[in-house]
Design a protein around this ligand. Structure first.
Ligand code: GLN
Length: 191
């Protein structure tokens, strides 16, 4: 049976992720409540504004269901999605979901270059030599615990990392033509 990949659709650029999932021939579902979440085999938390996201997650009673989901099923978080999944972050009035043991700093690239496109280096066997990272008011991963594996770098900065079932990126793979990262998530973490 084909797997259903949910995209948390409370806010942010969820539609783009769903497009990529459809291109990779998986079923996708916009998740806005517990009923939809229960139908999913994996979930994507998109970029957007982490404060707004967490506010809505709490208002809709999704915090506990999401934490339970992320203890066993695969979740990919990009940009604000990463902030939401982190163990610790600065500048946020909400507790993140603590599903991956790393620490982030929000908007850490500053105002001048708060959005930019740059080549990143993927540390995955068989990965393309060149991958374009789209960074939009991106957070920085400032600390990772030993059970978290760095998977990509921009200079010295870790820009993608994973534990056994949670994959996070500080950039937006859904905004590039290259489907490698979504495909990696689906083949390594979901199927
Ligand atoms: N700066 C945003 C935040 O702190 C994240 C930006 C993004 O998701 N593109 O939530």
């Amino acid at each position: 049976m084909s797997k259903t990949i949910g995209v948390l659709a409370l806010q942010g650029d969820y539609a783009k992720h769903a497009e990529v999932i459809r291109k990779l021939k998986y079923d996708t579902l916009f998740v806005r409540d517990i009923t939809a979440l229960k139908k999913c085999d994996a979930l994507i938390i998109p970029g957007g504004e982490s404060t707004t996201f967490l506010n809505l997650i709490d208002k809709l009673g999704l915090r506990k269901p999401l934490m339970e989901f992320g203890r066993e099923k695969a979740i990919m978080g990009t940009c604000a999605g990463l902030i939401i999944l982190a163990a610790k972050t600065d500048g946020l009035n909400f507790e993140p979901l603590k599903l991956i043991d790393l620490e982030v700093s929000r908007n850490a690239y500053g105002r001048q270059i708060d959005s930019f496109v740059a080549d990143i280096e993927l540390k995955i066997n068989g990965a393309p030599a060149r991958f374009e990272g789209v960074f939009i008011r991106a957070p920085k991963i400032v600390k990772v615990s030993p059970d978290v594996q760095p998977l990509a770098y921009y200079g010295d900065d870790i820009v993608m990392a994973a534990n056994k079932n949670i994959l996070v990126a500080t950039f937006h793979p859904e905004l590039t033509e290259n489907l490698y990262i979504h495909n990696y998530f689906l083949t390594k973490f979901v199927s």
